[in-house]
Design a protein around this ligand. Structure first.
Ligand code: PEP
Ligand code: MG
Length: 572
């Protein structure tokens, strides 16, 4: 028995037999053609390209109506790569000029393109090099007359490979799971695995060389773990966890329509965080009472241009309409640090986390900001939109932002465009300076939302994306807890709504802590909503308040955790 670690893409735990898919890139034949053979070789290559194109079109036609929307788009991307003259024409040139065999000519050109993609800083563009590699794999397989999927398509196995193209993944219909050596969370393969809801782990290093056909495997798509040839004890443990997960999902499913009210009658609002308008419907289906955070910067990422006012308006309108009158909190651009927007990147900042990010950027580029404000305001005519400003540190940033909101309204009025005159404007408290002086901010705003992810980063001076210091990123550090508590108190004193929309809101181990601090609005990833709601239903907010006040005096995060665990056990 041994285990291999990678990046979990989700989908739960699966137990099954391994099927290892060969990557034909490992052994591409290389030889020189004899005089007069180039014409035949060109025909071989052209035929192989046509065969692959026909395969891809065939797959697109046979996609079931309920297949994820990404599936068709990914197949189209692969057809475009196949047609790209920089690949096909350059390979033909290598056959004509250098008399290389078709396999070698095509794979050498593909490798050259992949290397160019690898030079990109943007992880999304780097991942696109893998699409080229996957297309090249298919063409080389077609040249050698072999296919990956036909042999294995209906096998209920856990598929392992150095890489699996989205097209191959789609044809492995009975797959129980996927383990892939390459890639990160933004690869198309990962995106597809996620939307197919099949457990998958990517970035497994050389796992496909360690695993052999028919090995028994446990693949944990949440933990990013693969256990090869598990012993009976481990198997029994994971079977038990699998069964528990199914029961838990069923049990939690019954809470979807149950109002989130504590044992002593305190009503709690359960909100969702979304990154894309399409997620609003899923959030609603999971019982979300609104969207507490729509991270709009994702509309700006992975593209070379900026979305214009109309494109943004359409995205915001879609989310607002999908929530059917429930509040949708649209956050203005929060770019910078780990969220790079290629179309807006200038000179790299000295320290990205402390540079011109979020509201600092928006105030420095008022035209970009006004365009977004107009789009959000226009969407407010279609439901209950709210506007949220990220990364406030100075109260004059609120004044400037509010002035620009008024300017955007005036522009819409002169155009005759409809919007909600009293669109609520809130601010994120995620910088310690803002938390310490929260009173100054809440007076000027209609609501506040606490971004614990950044608040922890800036309070503890720990880069939230740096795995080397990850163990020091401690949400239960007393300084963090005091800042969260202070902000909630300041907002409640001013009679302004306050939410937490950082990851802490979705961590059910922190639910009682936040309830005891007086929090009544929680915004989180949709997948966590029901688990946190369960904690709310079991908690007694009145009894928690004095206990949490005592807990805030505690100096050690470990003790905080154990005291919280005891509160959970004793049903406080
Ligand atoms: C936060 O910082 O807690 C937050 C919700 O914003 P983001 O994670 O997008 O920075
Ligand atoms: Mg933040």
């Amino acid at each position: 028995m041994f285990s291999v670690h990678g990046t979990g893409i989700g989908g739960g735990i699966v137990i099954g037999r391994a099927r290892v898919l060969e990557s034909c890139q490992r052994d591409v034949q290389r030889y020189r053609l004899r005089e007069g053979e180039t014409a035949i070789e060109l025909t071989r290559l052209n035929t192989a390209i046509e065969v692959v194109k026909a395969e891809l079109f065939g797959m697109a036609e046979q996609l079931p109506p309920d297949s994820p929307p990404e599936a068709r788009a990914l197949l189209e991307v692969h057809v475009m790569i196949l047609d790209d003259p920089a690949l096909a024409e350059a390979a033909r040139e290598a056959i004509r000029e250098h008399r290389w065999n078709a396999e070698w000519a095509y794979s050498a050109q593909a490798n050259h393109m992949v290397a160019q993609f690898e030079d990109f800083e943007d992880p999304y563009l780097r991942e696109r090099g893998r699409d080229v590699q996957q297309v090249a794999d298919r063409v080389i397989r077609a040249l050698s007359g072999t296919g990956v999927a036909t042999r294995t398509a209906s096998e209920p196995a856990i598929f392992f490979a150095e890489d699996i193209s989205p097209a191959d993944m789609l044809s492995l219909r009975a797959a129980l799971g996927f383990g892939i050596d390459l890639g990160g969370a933004t690869s198309h393969t990962a995106i597809l695995a996620r939307s197919m809801n099949v457990p998958a782990v990517v970035g497994l290093g050389h796992a496909s060389e360690l695993v052999v056909d028919d090995d028994w495997l446990i693949l944990d798509g949440e933990a990013g773990l693969v256990i090869v040839a598990p012993d009976e004890g481990v198997l029994a443990q994971y079977r038990h966890r699998q069964a528990e997960a199914v029961l838990e999902r069923e049990r939690l499913g019954r809470l979807i329509h149950v109002p989130a009210v504590t044992l002593d009658g305190a009503a709690v609002q359960m909100l969702a965080n979304i990154e894309h308008p399409d997620e609003a419907e899923r959030a609603l289906a999971a019982g979300a009472e609104g969207v507490g955070l729509f991270r709009t910067e994702f509309l700006f990422m992975n593209r070379r241009d900026l979305p214009g006012e109309d494109e943004q308006f359409e995205a915001y309108r879609k989310a607002v309409a999908a929530m059917q009158g429930r509040p949708v909190t649209i956050r203005t651009l929060d770019i910078g640090a780990d969220k790079e927007v290629p179309a807006l990147s200038g000179a790299p900042p000295l320290n990205p986390a402390l540079g011109q990010r979020a509201i600092r950027y928006s105030l420095a580029e008022p035209e970009v900001f006004l365009e977004q404000l107009r789009a959000i305001l226009r969407a407010s005519a279609f439901g209950s939109a709210r506007l949220l400003i990220p990364m406030l540190a100075h109260s004059h940033e609120v004044d400037q932002a509010l002035r620009l909101v008024e300017q955007a309204k005036a522009q819409l009025r002169s155009r005759g465009d409809a919007f909600h005159e009293h669109l609520p404007v809130g601010g994120m408290i995620e910088v310690p300076a803002a938390a310490i002086t929260a009173g100054l901010f809440v007076g000027k705003l209609d609501f506040v939302s606490i971004g614990t992810n950044d608040l922890i980063q800036y309070t503890l001076a720990i880069d939230r994306a740096d795995h080397q210091v990850a163990p020091l990123y401690e949400p239960f550090h007393p300084a963090v807890l005091r800042l969260v508590g202070m902000t909630i108190r300041a907002a409640r004193k001013a009679g302004k709504p306050v939410a937490v929309c950082g990851e802490m809101a979705g961590d059910w181990a922190a639910t009682r802590l936040l309830l005891g601090m007086g929090l009544r609005q929680f915004s989180m990833h949709t997948a966590s909503l029901l688990r946190v709601k369960q904690e709310v239903l079991r908690a007694d907010a009145g009894r928690l308040a004095p206990r949490i006040a005592r807990l805030l005096a505690c100096d050690d995060p470990l003790r905080v955790r154990s005291m919280l665990a005891r509160l959970v056990e004793h049903g406080a």
